[in-house]
Design a protein around this ligand. Structure first.
Ligand SMILES: Nc1ncnc2c1ncn2[C@@H]1O[C@H](COP(=O)(O)OP(=O)(O)OP(=O)(O)O)[C@@H](O)[C@H]1O
Ligand SMILES: [Mg+2]
Length: 293
């Protein structure tokens, strides 16, 4: 057989299918809270959040997705109601509503929950400024919600994934204060590393002043096109800079991944056999087997 990128891709998908079929993912000892952040727009934050969350849930884990982006793309992709009248992260962050009042079950997905974002959340960036403990509001809400589940005898959550807007404003700050771990998606394209030092500086500031436990635990290469030398070069650069953090699994550029949200689905249900679905399942599995920081 010829050794072409396509043949390699088919062989890899075949291996992944065999490796992942029916695999139960190991639950962490305590809830892992992971923020998916990058102030650069369109790098795959939302796609990574929803598809990793779906893969974890499919692996048998209990997962809450928090949509902290007023664009509400995560809520759309998970088919969660999020018109302006729906109780959302706005009420949680600005009006101190408990998370249990806004969390919804993701349809047709066992073990997956979502706290939606509505357009109201766009006002939060400004309204938060004058509130007390404005950087800690999401952290406190998650802490109270985990306690509430415990009190009610509900299954404990294995993962909380927080999707951020493409900015470093107060919504992203809240997400970085609430988490123990940051996952940074990086698009395997030219300029990929531009802006990364700004993000890392911000994370360092938050670590020093607000959240000493915060670590960048994972970097995920997204929209990877194996046919281009540029993608390979970017991947190599990222791995050289972040040898420990960069996941072995890269997410391929895939039309299926970009189509799925318009059907209110993740790529895992939209086209389970596609390269994109298999890659996100492999990436989620990798997250669960790497030691939690
Ligand atoms: N692996 C992929 N292959 C092809 N298209 C992709 C892939 N990942 C994401 N996309 C598409 O690229 C666009 C940006 O992706 P996504 O919304 O996940 O990025 P984002 O970082 O959340 O964006 P924003 O900064 O606006 O929140 C979307 O149209 C999405 O469908
Ligand atoms: Mg997004």
């Amino acid at each position: 057989m010829e050794d072409t990128p396509l043949m390699r891709e088919l062989a890899r998908d075949h291996a992944r299918r065999k490796q992942l079929d029916g695999v139960e993912f190991a639950a962490p000892e305590t809830t892992r809270v992971i923020t998916i952040a990058n102030q650069k727009g369109g790098v795959g934050k939302t796609s990574t959040t929803v598809n990793v969350a779906a893969a974890l849930a499919l692996g048998g884990l209990n997962v809450l997705v928090i949509d902290a982006d007023p664009q509400g793309n995560t809520s759309t992709a998970l088919n969660i109601e999020h018109h302006a009248e729906v109780a959302s992260m706005y009420e949680v962050l600005v009006e101190s509503a408990p998370l249990q009042d806004v969390v919804q079950d993701v349809p047709d997905m066992d073990g997956l929950l979502c706290a939606p974002a509505t357009i109201n959340l766009s006002g939060a960036e400004i309204e938060l400024v004058s509130l007390v403990a404005r950087e800690n509001r999401l952290r406190n809400a998650i802490r109270d919600y985990l306690e509430h589940r415990d009190d009610e005898g509900l299954p404990s959550l294995d993962y909380v994934l927080i999707d951020c807007p493409p900015s470093l404003g107060l919504l992203t700050v809240n997400a970085l204060v609430a988490a123990r771990e940051v996952l940074i998606p990086i698009q395997a394209e030219y300029y990929a590393l531009e802006g990364l030092s700004l993000l890392l500086n911000n994370i360092e500031l938050i670590r020093q002043h607000l959240n000493p436990d915060l670590v960048v635990s994972s970097i995920m290469l997204t929209m990877y096109d194996a046919r281009t030398r540029l993608a390979a070069q970017v991947a190599q650069d990222v791995r050289e800079h972040f040898p420990e953090q960069t996941l072995e699994t890269t997410i391929p550029r895939s039309v299926r991944i970009s189509e799925a949200p318009s059907y209110g689905q993740t790529v895992l249900t939209y086209d389970p056999g596609s390269s994109g679905a298999l890659a996100y399942r492999a990436a989620a599995h990798e997250l669960t087997i790497r030691p939690a920081p």
